[in-house]
Design a protein around this ligand. Structure first.
Ligand code: ADP
Ligand code: ASP
Ligand code: MG
Length: 412
């Protein structure tokens, strides 16, 4: 029997009515003759609320304890969904990540999945049960509970789909699929029916949080096709898959933004070999992901180094940077939380010169200053002041004619 993995995000299980609605969808799939594995996130804003509780106790809580706390959110959802499925007359069984053997490394709060032991899931499916797995969590080899980073339930679903060789991996969320920009900011953004792993990776990396970056990496590495759909309507959604000849290749597939990053600058760093490694090695050792890095031209033997990182890691990074500034004899450091990243992504830009210049023009015309730039063959990203981010996204979306209306009138 074909296995279908269905993942439902926090907003899809935000209250009792919504949980019952998810139960109905799951049961429909089961009644259509499929073996169903369901992955659920914590109810509504539970994870944010748990983080806020922890921060009221300590600004920098131990990460192992943070995982212990955050994993409780998903444990509530799986039990409630199992009860809702029972109420519809079907057999279900809920599991934590630990119980189904989602083995991770020990990078607490952003652990990576190393292995999924799916025997228990298969056993229960064989008994005809609907299996419900808590998203976002795993366990280390030493049986410590870990979490997979914000949005990590997507990765749980993809990893289970790969391990179970599922025929389908469906990610149900509060929008119809992947859009050309966040529909909350650009209401006339268009739905993207199909997108390649490469483009989706760039979109997720630059802020399109509809899929967690790691889930797309995992899907690409294991050949899992992802279907992103709405929990509330019946649309076809977006298929994320390997590129094929029939796929459309627009110059720009989407405009993304991210307000979850901050910038740190170290001033007056003595400019000699090995300095960059001295700064970034300890950050890496502390499991801090650095995104963009810019070093200014050396002046009288000194340089300034700026980099961006997740706001959640800012405090941890600051504690490390303090020591490095002293050790290197640098002049000081500062952080800036008021920045945002805006990016354009599209495979077609490989063969279309001038796209970057167009993007810079659009930002300039809107009076938006660019602080940092990074590029890949299919992405251009700029760091700007956070207060301009929504204007920047709308202006770029407009310029590249990505709205439904623009697309339709062009084809007429
Ligand atoms: P879930 O709780 O289902 O995991 P998320 O909040 O993590 O949902 O992701 C869905 C949200 O992602 C949408 O509500 C939307 O605001 C946001 N989003 C940002 N960029 C995009 C995009 N390009 N396409 C679709 N959604 C996007
Ligand atoms: N509940 C977790 C979060 O809010 C995981 C997820 O939703 O995927 O990040
Ligand atoms: Mg999510």
């Amino acid at each position: 029997m074909g296995i279908v993995v269905q993942k439902f995000g926090g907003s899809s299980v935000a209250d009792v009515e919504k949980i019952k609605n998810v139960a109905k969808r799951v049961v429909e799939t089961k009644e259509a003759g499929k073996a169903v594995v369901v992955v659920v996130s914590a109810l509504g804003n539970t994870t944010d609320e748990l983080i806020s509780l922890a921060r009221q106790i300590s600004p920098n809580p131990p990460e192992r304890e943070m995982d212990m706390l955050l994993s409780t959110g998903e444990q509530i959802s799986v039990a409630l969904l199992a009860m809702a499925i029972y109420a519809l007359g079907h057999d279900a069984i809920s599991f934590t990540g630990y119980q189904v053997g989602i083995l991770t490394d020990d990078s607490h709060t952003k652990a990576r999945i190393l292995d999924v032991k799916s025997e228990r899931v298969l056993e229960e499916l064989d008994k005809g049960k609907i299996v419900i797995v808590a998203g976002f969590q795993g366990v280390t080899i030493d049986n410590d509970i870990t979490t997979l980073g914000r949005g990590g339930s997507d990765t749980t679903a993809v990893a289970l789909a790969a391990s179970l060789k599922a025929e389908k991996c469906e990610i149900y969320t509060d929008v119809e699929g992947v859009f050309t920009a966040d529909p909350r900011i650009v209401p006339d953004a268009s739905l993207v029916p199909e997108i390649t792993y490469e483009e989706m990776l760039e979109m997720a990396a630059t802020g399109a949080k509809v899929l967690q970056l790691r889930s797309v990496e995992f899907a690409r590495n294991h050949g899992v096709v992802i279907h992103v759909k709405s929990s509330f309507t019946g649309g076809a959604g977006t298929v994320v898959k390997e590129e094929d000849k029939e796929m459309e290749r627009p110059i720009i597939s989407g405009v993304t933004h991210d307000t979850g990053e901050g910038k740190m600058t170290i001033f007056g760093v003595p400019d000699r070999p090995g300095i960059a490694a001295k700064i970034f090695r300890p950050l890496a050792a502390a499991n801090i992901n650095v995104d963009m890095i810019v070093q200014t031209v050396s002046y009288e033997g000194y340089t300034d180094i700026s980099f961006t990182l997740s706001i959640d890691d800012l405090l941890k990074a600051e504690n490390i940077i303090k020591g490095i500034v002293e050790e290197l004899g640098a002049k000081g450091y500062a952080h800036d939380k008021g920045i945002a990243k805006v990016a354009i992504v599209g495979a077609g830009m490989k063969s279309h010169p001038g796209v970057a210049a167009d993007m810079f023009d659009v930002l300039a015309k809107n009076g938006i200053n660019i602080q940092m730039i990074s590029t890949s063959p299919i992405r251009i990203a700029c760091i700007i002041e956070e207060k301009h981010v929504e204007d920047a996204v709308r202006a770029l979306h407009d310029h590249f004619q990505l709205s439904e209306e623009a697309v339709t009138s062009e084809t007429l």
